[in-house]
Design a protein around this ligand. Structure first.
Ligand SMILES: Nc1nc2c(c(=O)[nH]1)N[C@H]1C(S)=C(S)[C@@H](COP(=O)(O)OP(=O)(O)OC[C@H]3O[C@@H](n4cnc5c(=O)[nH]c(N)nc54)[C@H](O)[C@@H]3O)O[C@H]1N2
Ligand SMILES: Nc1nc2c(c(=O)[nH]1)N[C@H]1C(S)=C(S)[C@@H](COP(=O)(O)OP(=O)(O)OC[C@H]3O[C@@H](n4cnc5c(=O)[nH]c(N)nc54)[C@H](O)[C@@H]3O)O[C@H]1N2
Ligand code: SF4
Ligand SMILES: [Mo]
Length: 709
């Protein structure tokens, strides 16, 4: 060991013979901080490091711990380097020709025996716009299956559903971040910016310095509460009830904007009628927040001249996620706080390309540019762009978790997964693992042998962000070009190239001839033209010259649209629509047997299913295993101690977790991060109840029993 360490030290101290620096973007969250990657080559090894890009107009050079280590997993020796096929239970290397031939044979055999819908596709929000677009086209044109969906179903679907229903279009932030300091009141509901989008905290701090009041709504006192003037420690699952209480105060105390309501909205009288029946005392009981605090929060927002409301997964990942968000949008609309500087709404997008990834056709019911697959004119337009008869385009499929159920029922028999780790990230993960094991042919394209790749019949080595060129649409709706700065390792291929190669093997290559990502983008521009997410006026050249552009951008000379809804909303009549929201109970209440509420989410050091960050020693060492946050009084009553073990059980599964005492969490609630698989996977316990509109699962609340373990 000593010799080994000496050897490493020697390599590290060898003088560099060549030093190069290139500009890249973080592969993790939706802020898309840009950074410099430095490579020092010595005679024997390459050393990498990252430094901030001070010229980044959005982040001004700020990077979080994940960004500072973003290159580590991408240059790791454990990256997949060649295709691997499962033979006698073990994965062994094969050539690309063999791998592609195998896919052709197996998928074609399934399609022939069981029909084209027996093969499905599952994508992700870290793919570029070009790859998201291509994956949708690949499913519909190369495989001709209706079954395609992606992990954004678990992420942005509830906010998207609400924005579509209320505003008629879904763009995460209606205003650019530069307008945050113009707001005089900001509501942060179910969003933990300090750990999940740390580099934009500065905008909120600046707002506060300018006199803005900040309200945080979260069952935990998170790091984000450091900027809060008021923290509402809501009971998980009761946001819609809370907002009904706030709406009551806003309406009854006259904080509404009647002129805006009259001119720009419809459905107000139904909302007012509904709110007149709401009892603040009842709301206080449901939410466990005192009526005085509810009133104070409503007045803070109502009185402020300008205001922004942000929601994230805390509000959205519920079986009532769409209704929850719609109620927050009701607040925005009754006060007329939208479409002006410092006035608007933001669904804080999660993944690097969580925004673009939901616009161009990875979703079960969607075609590029936010077109709908069941809409006759939309079908006809996209069929013409793709050069296929409209009748040959499949119809809509089902959502991500419902695909897992269809696999379990034996309806889907083959699956291709690109950029997701569903056995860790789906709710009710044990069913998902059981289902995936039933597949006759599972192909996974990944960077590592993820928990899901371990179940695959064929694993293909895809591309990491440093190798892959393409555009990403970050949380503001700003489309940015990311250039490739490193060659692929071993025999790995670009993700989009792999899709084209499979299409080619299956005899559909004529529809997938691209020399580079820019050519795919140019097709996407045409496919999105006239759609709600219109990229037609953007080119790589324009995007690079001005640190990205905001969609919609319908014409070549169009400047893009940093702020939405100044004049009209996205519905045909131009009006925004109110919705009377009845509070719904979480699907699983507490009971004698399961007396505590479990909520799940993130910690600073890890990212999603953890495959990248668990493979980054500098991050993993800081947070090596999942911990259950629990209030000391609750822990005391159960007999748990800090650092000890607990057995946590829901109606679906049971796992052992390390205990972390925290007086910052509600006494009836425990919090567990979801970045681990196998025996440490909290999704073995979470509830698969789905929202009726968005099909978002209820990740944020289920009931559990806890015992010393
Ligand atoms: N470090 C890190 N950053 C990330 C990610 C990551 O994995 N790690 N993932 C990225 C992605 S894809 C996403 S989607 C975003 C997610 O970003 P966030 O949505 O901010 O993150 P979460 O931790 O899932 O949930 C936010 C908060 O919701 C609270 N919460 C739980 N239940 C409720 C409830 O019923 N009501 C309310 N009001 N709050 C509730 C939790 O206590 C938590 O603090 O982060 C992105 N950034
Ligand atoms: N309990 C609970 N569960 C949740 C959530 C929660 O809050 N609570 N949040 C949900 C949310 S918001 C999300 S977004 C999902 C995400 O969950 P997943 O979809 O599982 O997301 P990732 O961990 O990003 O999975 C990405 C996989 O693709 C690989 N990968 C990353 N980048 C690339 C690439 O460019 N190319 C290729 N080929 N592979 C790549 C990684 O190595 C990894 O194996 O989890 C959801 N699940
Ligand atoms: S804030 Fe997000 S994009 Fe920026 S460095 Fe951190 S993880 Fe990366
Ligand atoms: Mo997400």
């Amino acid at each position: 060991m000593n010799n080994f360490l000496k050897h490493v030290q020697q390599l590290q101290s060898e003088p560099a013979v060549k030093v190069s620096t290139s500009r890249t973007e973080c592969p993790y969250c939706s802020v898309q901080c840009t950074m410099n990657l430095h490579e020092e080559q010595t005679i024997r090894v390459s050393r990498y490091s990252i430094s901030p890009n001070k010229a980044d107009p959005v982040t001004e050079g700020r990077l979080c711990v994940k960004g500072l280590q973003a290159h580590t997993h991408a240059v790791d020796d454990r990256r997949l380097r060649y295709p691997m096929r499962r033979l006698l239970g073990r994965l062994s290397p094969v050539s690309w020709d063999d791998a592609l031939q195998q896919i052709k044979e197996r998928f074609e055999a399934l399609k022939e025996t069981y029909g084209p819908d027996s093969v499905g596709v599952y994508g992700g929000g870290s793919l570029t716009n070009e790859e998201s677009y291509l994956l949708g086209k690949f499913a519909r044109v190369a495989l001709q299956t209706r079954y395609i969906d992606y992990n954004g179903r678990f992420c942005m679907s509830a906010a998207a559903g609400a924005s579509n229903l209320t505003f008629g279009v879904d763009r995460g932030l209606t205003n650019p971040l530069s307008e945050v300091p113009l707001a005089k009141c900001i509501i942060l509901a179910g969003t933990n910016l300090a750990e999940c989008q740390p580099t934009i905290m500065q905008y909120f701090r600046k707002a506060r310095q300018e006199g803005c009041k900040i309200i945080v709504i979260d069952p935990r006192e998170t790091a984000t509460c450091s900027i809060a003037d008021l923290h509402l420690k809501v009971r998980p699952g009761y946001d819609a009830a809370l907002v009904n209480g706030m709406l009551k105060v806003l309406i009854e105390e006259g904080y509404t904007d009647p002129e805006f309501i009259e001119r720009r909205t419809s459905g107000y009288s139904e909302l007012a009628e509904h709110i007149s029946k709401v009892s603040l005392t009842e709301v206080a009981e449901l939410t466990d927040i005192a009526p005085e605090l509810i009133t104070e929060a409503a007045r803070m927002y109502g009185r402020a001249e300008t205001g922004l409301v942000f929601t994230a997964r805390g509000v959205e990942q519920h079986a009532s996620g769409v209704a929850n968000v719609r109620n927050f949008l009701n607040m925005v609309l009754v006060t007329g706080k939208i479409g002006k500087p410092g006035c608007g709404y933001g669904a804080v997008t999660g993944q690097a390309n969580g925004q673009g990834g939901r616009e161009h056709g990875q979703k079960a019911d969607q075609l590029p540019g936010y077109r709908m697959i069941e809409h006759p004119e939309h079908r006809a337009y996209i069929a013409s762009v793709w050069g296929v008869p409209e009748e040959e385009l499949p119809r809509k499929g089902v959502s991500a978790y419902e695909m897992m159920e269809a696999i379990d029922r034996g309806e889907i028999k083959g699956l291709l997964i690109l950029g997701s780790n569903p056995v860790v990230s789906n709710p009710n993960a044990q069913l998902v693992e059981k289902a995936l094991r039933k597949l006759e042919f599972l192909v996974v394209i990944d960077l590592f042998e993820s928990e899901t790749a371990r179940l695959a019949h064929l694993v293909l080595p895809g591309s990491a962000y440093l190798e892959d060129e393409g555009t990403i649409t970050q949380l503001e709706g700003r489309v940015m070009v990311r250039r490739a700065v490193k060659p692929l390792p071993g025999k790995a291929r670009l993700d989009w190239r792999i899709l084209c190669d499979i299409a080619d093997a299956m005899g559909k290559g004529a529809f997938f001839r691209y020399r580079n990502a820019e050519e795919i983008f140019n097709e996407l521009r045409i496919a999105s033209k006239g759609g709600k997410a219109d990229y037609y006026g953007m080119t790589y050249d324009r995007l690079e010259r001005q640190h990205g552009m905001f969609w919609p951008c319908p014409e070549k000379g169009h400047p893009g649209t940093p702020r939405m809804f100044g004049e009209s909303f996205g519905h045909d009549d131009g009006l925004a629509r109110f919705a009377a929201v009845e509070h719904q109970q979480p699907k699983e209440g507490t009971s004698g047997k399961y007396p505590y509420l479990l909520t799940t989410g993130r910690v600073l050091q890890h990212y999603l299913s953890g495959v990248q960050t668990r493979n980054t020693p500098e991050l993993n060492s800081k947070y090596p295993e999942p911990m259950m946050e629990i209030h000391p009084d609750t822990a005391g009553a159960i007999g748990l101690v800090n650092g000890g073990q607990a057995q946590v059980t829901s109606r679906r599964g049971s796992i052992r977790l390390k205990v972390k005492l925290s007086s910052k969490i509600r006494q009836d609630t425990v919090f567990v991060p979801f970045h681990w698989g196998g025996e440490q996977c909290i999704n073995r316990l979470t509830h698969h109840a789905l929202d009726p509109v968005s099909r978002m699962p209820e990740f944020k609340v289920c009931s559990v029993a806890i015992l010393p373990g």
